[in-house]
Design a protein around this ligand. Structure first.
Ligand code: FAD
Ligand code: SF4
Ligand code: SF4
Ligand code: SF4
Length: 384
């Protein structure tokens, strides 16, 4: 019997599923089983769009289509929580299973607290996450540091501290993430500061850390985080869709060490980024936001900023209309809205056409508060 707290290795029971999966295809097998068994009405997957720099989202209702999304994409610009509220009525009318990174999970939980997402209708299959790369930065990095045309790359991976590209001709090239980041390339800056590497608030937390021996690269380490997750794994294994084995105790210890090292690295980046702002946060906000063209993208794409759009665009005493750049109060009002809930997902910054480091600024403000306030961000919603 599978129970909350269990740690196991898992992989797809078909050879094709193992081959297509990033690390043995367990996540795809679980999503497919959830759909086939009618536990859910649909599966929300992240799959390659026009190329590997274009991660897109699709709702799949035919189990045969789930495998088309096998594999990890590290270079897209997406956050699944906002997609659930914007296009899927917060999963109110439909049961869904979906793979989620730490920031997706945090956004979903914050929106559930605001009653914008119905958690009862979701099965969250968490993915450990060492970080992602913006599509624009990825193509620049591949051109300049890997001396390769981005169009020649058919797959990218982040493994053992390296960013690795695989080219059309089958050749590989890997460069250490530390080296890339020292030279201004590498992961998104918010990902460097992220401390949510194993998403234990999801129903399952899945990843490759801790898979050792002959299963390395061919299985996923699953930490069972809820009864819902335990039920899915148990039923999928009993049906023959998923193969499992107990996790190797040495693997469990290694996974703990890797997580610890990643958290330490995240703290290092926080210290570096925030101390650079320490006595000039306000001046930096004023200077950086003076480039703002008031396009509203930062507001529309933030998972925790929930303004009534028509109200927001009206003139107010503090934020008159018709000014570009807008009054600094335009930004202060937004920071005030999100100062208790910025999850450092990076969407505002990445989608700002004027390259204003918005996530850095909100995260700096929020991190001060997070040291003091409860509940911590990304924690499960309060139960009445
Ligand atoms: P598969 O069966 O191949 O299924 C993968 C699923 O992930 C698919 O359903 C696909 O839709 C979904 N997916 C792909 N890209 C994304 C995305 N960007 N956002 C949300 N869902 C996506 N594991 C670690 O142990 N350490 C890490 O540092 C680590 N970093 C990761 C970073 C990213 C951005 C991602 C997406 C995953 C990362 N993982 C990490 C998890 C790991 O790569 C595998 O996803 C996991 O081991 C499951 O493998 P699998 O073969 O069972 O998955
Ligand atoms: Fe992964 Fe954290 Fe970056 Fe989200 S913010 S992509 S969870 S590292
Ligand atoms: Fe994400 Fe920016 Fe909103 Fe923070 S303010 S939650 S980083 S979009
Ligand atoms: Fe201004 Fe950038 Fe926000 Fe657009 S996304 S309103 S330019 S800060």
């Amino acid at each position: 019997m599978v129970a909350k707290g269990d740690m196991l290795y898992a992989w797809a029971s078909t050879e094709e599923g193992v081959r297509k999966g990033e690390c043995g295809g367990a996540v795809t097998a679980l999503l497919k089983y959830a759909l086939e068994s009618r536990m859910v009405d649909g599966v929300l997957v992240v799959k390659k769009g026009s190329d590997i720099y274009d991660a897109t989202v699709e709702i799949v209702t035919d189990p045969a289509d789930v495998e088309k999304a096998s594999g990890s994409l590290h270079c897209g610009t997406l956050l699944l929580s906002k997609i659930l509220t914007k296009y899927l009525e917060g999963a109110n009318g439909m049961k869904l299973a979906l793979p989620v990174k730490g920031c997706d999970t945090m956004g979903i939980l914050e929106l559930a607290k605001r009653e914008k997402i119905n958690l009862d209708n979701l099965i969250l299959i968490g993915l450990n996450c060492g970080g992602s790369v913006s599509p624009v930065d990825a193509t620049k990095m591949i051109t300049e540091k890997f001396a390769t045309s981005p169009a020649d790359v058919v797959k990218e991976e982040i493994d053992k501290g390296q960013f690795i590209i695989i080219k059309k001709d089958g050749s590989h090239k890997g460069i250490s993430i530390d080296e890339l980041e020292d030279e201004g390339y590498g992961r998104r800056t918010n990902c460097r500061r992220c401390l949510y590497k194993i998403p234990r608030q999801a129903d399952l937390a899945c990843g490759n850390w801790g898979v050792i021996g002959d299963k390395a690269g061919k299985a996923t380490f699953i930490e069972v985080c809820s009864e819902k997750g335990a039920n899915l794994v148990e039923e999928a294994a009993a049906s023959g869709a998923l193969a499992t084995a107990p996790a190797d105790p040495k693997g469990i210890a290694i996974r703990g060490k890797v997580e610890g090292a990643m958290l330490k690295l995240g703290e290092k980046w926080r210290k570096k980024d925030f101390s650079a702002l320490s006595d000039k946060l306000w001046d930096t906000i004023k200077e950086e936001t003076s480039r703002c063209i008031k396009c509203y993208s930062c507001i529309e794409n933030c998972p925790v900023c929930l303004p009534i759009e028509a109200e927001l665009k009206k003139a107010t005493t503090m934020v008159p209309t018709g000014q570009i750049p807008p009054s600094p109060m335009f930004h202060m009002r937004r920071f005030a809205h999100i100062s208790d809930s910025c999850i450092n997902c990076g969407q505002c910054e990445e989608l700002c056409p004027m390259d204003i480091p918005l996530a850095l600024l909100s995260h700096a403000v929020r991190s001060e508060g997070d040291a003091t306030y409860n509940p911590k961000l990304g924690s499960a919603p309060y139960k009445n």
